[in-house]
Design a protein around this ligand. Structure first.
Ligand SMILES: [Zn+2]
Length: 305
């Protein structure tokens, strides 16, 4: 479902307020980055988060063949692991539950013909039993940090949305709304260049999602998208979005912090991309967004830009 026609690319001179690229609102952005770093460190160093990480990392990925085997035997399985693996995580396979048969690689140490070193080599497969989460009971599984809903007044969200729409227009990035699956807020498609926002989410989320996707547009063109890992890309986009929204008086902490913690997994990931976040925030604000972000003194909802 489209609500806006793709617009022809035109330069942003009309709305670009200044040529001082990347300098607008630097101080405010730095302050936002400090808060963000504190928040991410707080989350990722908590016992709860460490437990969650060790849990997700200990579950091995299954090959496409095994995934198919699992699906054929137990279509409702949300997660599978061996009997002992479940016990390690405080869960027990219930009596009478049937195992799912998968193929496990058989590894053997053999001498490498060229180097003479002993290396592990796959020499075949054996049957292995795994059990679905649904077949087990016991301790609840560690959950990822949950994202919360961002609250903001309607006029701030409106000012943010229209300011960012103007940036998209100037950049020739079509923004459309569509019915996306549950839990999907929006996406930027580097191939077509378009940004799609879910039509089902609240207006405030539409504005913050547009900020996130616009940052992807600036940060992750196709050639970059293929080489960078998702964790870094999401950390950059949401980190920049958090700062941009902050300029409009919209505090997205409830969503941004858990989201970034989940993707970054480690405060170092965020630390490594602060420079890029500053760059893209400056780029967006330089499009005159900075002026639109100034909150009117009188408390009225008029747009200053
Ligand atoms: Zn994203």
């Amino acid at each position: 479902m489209q609500t806006a026609e793709p617009r022809a690319r035109k330069r942003a001179d009309a709305i670009r307020g200044t040529e001082t690229k990347g300098t607008a609102g630097t101080e405010k952005t730095s302050k936002a980055m400090e808060l963000l770093k504190e928040g991410i460190t707080r989350i990722t160093t908590s016992e709860e988060f460490k437990r969650y990480l060790s849990f997700t990392r200990s579950f091995r990925k299954y090959s496409p063949n095994n995934t198919m085997l699992i699906f054929l035997q137990r279509p409702d399985a949300t997660m599978v692991a061996g009997y002992r693996k479940w016990q390690e995580h405080g869960r027990q396979v219930k009596k009478g539950e049937k195992a799912i048969k998968v193929l496990a690689p058989v590894l053997r140490k053999v001498e490498d013909e060229e180097t003479g070193e002993m290396v592990k080599k796959m020499v075949g497969f054996r049957d292995a039993n795994v059990f679905a989460y649904e077949s087990t009971e016991g301790e609840p599984l560690p959950a990822p940090p949950m994202t919360g809903r961002v609250e903001a007044d309607a006029s701030s969200a409106e000012r943010l949305y229209s300011a960012l729409s103007r940036v998209c227009e100037a950049e020739g990035v079509p923004v459309t709304e569509a019915e996306l699956g549950p839990g999907h807020y929006g996406y930027h498609d580097p191939r077509s260049g378009r940004i799609v926002i879910s039509s089902a989410i609240p207006e405030v989320s539409k504005a913050t999602t547009l900020a996130h996707e616009l940052c992807h547009y600036f940060l992750h063109p196709l050639h970059v998208s293929l080489t960078e890992d998702t964790g870094t890309k999401e950390t950059e986009a949401e980190g920049a979005s958090y700062a941009i929204c902050g300029h409009f008086g919209i505090d997205t902490e409830a969503f941004s912090f858990p989201y970034i913690a989940r993707h970054a997994e480690d405060p170092k990931t965020l630390q490594g991309v602060i420079g890029r976040i500053h760059e893209v925030v400056g780029k967006v604000l330089d499009y005159g967004v900075h002026e639109a972000a100034e909150i009117p003194d009188s408390g009225e909802s008029s747009v200053a830009a």
